[in-house]
Design a protein around this ligand. Sequence first.
Ligand code: NAG
Length: 254
Amino acid sequence: MCLRLFSWLLLLFCLDLFRRELPGAHADSVTLPSAAKTLVWGPGLETNIVLPARFFYVQAVDSSGRNLTTSPGENTFEVKMVSPVEQFTRIWIQVLDRKDGSFLVRYRMYATYTDLHIHILLKNKPVAKSPFILKGPVYHEGCDCPQPSGPVWEADMHCPQSFPQIERDLALYASVDPDRNAQEIPQRFGQRQSLCHYTVQDNKVYVRTFGEHVGFRIFMDAILLSLTRKLSFRGLQARMCNIFMNMQECSSLI
Ligand SMILES: *[C@@H]1O[C@H](CO)[C@@H](O)[C@H](O)[C@H]1NC(C)=O
């Protein structure tokens, strides 16, 4: 009887050991990221790509150079931002685990800082070429700091040379008469719909609304105001002057 009990206990003990060993064995087979090999890229590492929220990516790579395809844990990488000329920086930072071995880092600045240093750390070791240094004034979303030159802004933002689909669509029209549009569009669409006519003049945004349901204009207002803080439309008046938005489309999307 005693012997039987003993062997039962032994068996349980062995089972328990076995069970405890499993997680350890599992951990060995999960590859760990390497700070030196991990990849970091994206627009949020460039001074002049000013966006409401700036962002960049981190792809975990192991010491043999293979990309991780599962999450190494959501707190694997630590991101800190400092400016050498400021004691405190007010920046909201979010490191989003995409669960496929990569991370999306988003940050939103509440002030403009000079020479922003972005530190990306893996167990206190600098990742890739960390710290990434954004030189010069790094503007925040609310800064009224428009780039005066359209071509410079387009180059800063890495805009494509052309948008083939838009060009194909507009190729149907030999010429566009903005004055005629400004008259005819409200007549044809301004009665029962929710039409907004925006004009950008002297880099200020003006709006005239037609129809009842124009509350959705807040989205377009926000986009245009954000753009005029980043780019001066003064030189582009002739092309940019009139913008029509039919808000009916927005309301059916939402
Ligand atoms: C690893 O991921 C990066 C970023 O997505 C990609 O550019 C690269 O080609 C991948 N490398 C391999 C070996 O698959």
